[in-house]
Design a protein around this ligand. Sequence first.
Ligand code: ATP
Ligand code: MG
Length: 317
Amino acid sequence: MPAVSFQHVFKSYPGPKGELQALKGVSFDIQPGEFFGLLGPNGAGKTTLISVLAGLARASSGTVCVHGHDVVTDFATARRHLGVVPQELVFDPFFTVREALRIQSGYFGLRRNDDWIDELLTQLGLADKADANMRRLSGGMKRRVLVAQALVHRPPVIVLDEPTAGVDVELRQTLWQFIGRLNREGHTVLLTTHYLEEAEALCHRIAMLKAGQIVALDRTTSLLSGTASTMLSFKLDGELPSALSEQARWIGRIVQIKAHDAREVEQILVLLRQAGCKVEDLEIGRADLEDVFLEIMQADTYPGAFVRRPEIAGVSR
Ligand SMILES: Nc1ncnc2c1ncn2[C@@H]1O[C@H](COP(=O)(O)OP(=O)(O)OP(=O)(O)O)[C@@H](O)[C@H]1O
Ligand SMILES: [Mg+2]
């Protein structure tokens, strides 16, 4: 049984110009123990999908189950299986960190939970803030508390909606070590992030959402190898030959051009030489998830038809 199952999920919001379709038939499963990434540009529908999963928003149609429990008809059980770190910082300013965690434990009927609360505080670098009032914490500290709150009932499925937005390097590392440990211990993780190098390093499989639809879903390694795998990068002051300008990406003076294999690299270099381009600081590297992401998001329909069924795209790393 999947840890999380989305089946034909539609969600529309009333808008000034009629209905806004935030989700347009999203279907996929996440297997128990997976570290699953959900990527997409701003407004793609990631938070909406997570809100439907967490029971914070109701799908217009479709079904969502957590360990087989429907999030609408069997809400309490489904919710108990989930720990959700929301994208927005929401907190009660009247409590200390420890009180907030005790209250959250109480929602799940856990009375003597202080050992686990202490471990969460230590693991998330909050031990010396246990008695601090929530409103006195910095933004990054508040986010740590939200992570602790989500984990207070040891949920089998951990959902993180941009947990590292505005978070310093040290916490990112502590957070990923801790979440990585929980994942190795069997917890399923669903992560959204705009830090694609995080997703590349952590996620077994990745789904890409664009305007409410899944446009790619595969193992991270397959996504990386299924596209142009080489990236040429160099500095240029002048113009690019027209044969190259369409496929090039500019970052200031730096030009990036994708190549599928050594022959294409050679062709690009020949074109540059023939056009008399003065190339500086040439580097040839591997395409990363950011390149794959941009390629998929810019395509009208992704040529590789990358949406594979979960039973084919296995879970192991
Ligand atoms: N409560 C709401 N009422 C009306 N429209 C909404 C509401 N919540 C989200 N939307 C709209 O739904 C679409 C999807 O928003 P959502 O927050 O799910 O995107 P996202 O992928 O999480 O983006 P981001 O990366 O910026 O967090 C957007 O067009 C957004 O404006
Ligand atoms: Mg969001």
